[in-house]
Design a binder for this molecule. Sequence first.
Ligand code: SF4
Length: 318
Amino acid sequence: MEEKQDIAMVSFSGGKDSTAMLLKMLEMDDPNYPVHRIVFADTGFEFPELYEYIKHVEKYIQEKYPEKGLHVEHVFSKKSWNEWFYGKVTRGKNEGNVRGAPLIVYPCYWAREAKLYPLQRATKECTIKYVGIAIDEKRRVSKTAKEDGIRYPLIEWGWTEEDAFKYLDELDMVNPLYVNFQRLGCFHCIKQPTSSWYVLWKKYPDLWAQAKHWDEESRRVSPMKHGMNQYNTLAEMEQKFADGFVPEGRRPFECNSCDAVSVYHDDQQGIVEMWGGEEELHSDNAMSCEINDPGNKSILEQFEWVKKDEQPEPKEWW
Ligand code: SF4
């Protein structure tokens, strides 16, 4: 009887870890690391440079390894952001209330809808799922990785995040977004530090205007009156920036919700742990919790406004 062939896919985000993992595996051309599919979950709110970078990596692969016939598959949410944003909470004490923006201290509904589920749907048949987690982030690996066919090549090689970065640097393939950001994600991400908001305001006026719109909309439509940032409205931030204040002190961009993507495969095992149960995945339980849940202080940002005569210029992209 013919043995069932593996179908191996790479969960590719354009971040340094998944990119280094992908390019190194192709370079190795080792039968222990087959690559058949490359899948990118598109939130629709990525920076323009991220989309350019995805194309750049795809072109690099197609020129260097034409025999592999690979391309980057984009997968999307079934429902639109608007449907979620203006949709109503279906259970819990906020049942019937309009959701508005995702909440900072809880897993982001957009990470679930636009990353987790599309990846799950697209890669159901895949028997090997490569996830780019470096050895310094080993704590993020799934407990059921083996049964679920998940592999972490960077960990298998003992690569740190710095190793991944260095490797891409040698190939001249570093994502230029890392010039100004430590981690990548939606430009209007509710979990980004104020220093990132500053870069958005300074370098991307159009995207800033969109983020400000969602901030105002969320405060308008949601009875919880929460916006895209937990401390200030974006209009207040904008005024601060314009007055010469810059945020000093920062935390890394901790997209804990998007961590969900690292465990997307395993029948939601990791996700169930994060959300508290399969049923909760489809509910709005989080909406019934307080924003300042003391148990979640670790993700809160520490910063202060500092008045500068000269505002620092965010560095230039490529
Ligand atoms: S947590 Fe942030 S980066 Fe991740 S999907 Fe939600 S808004 Fe986007």
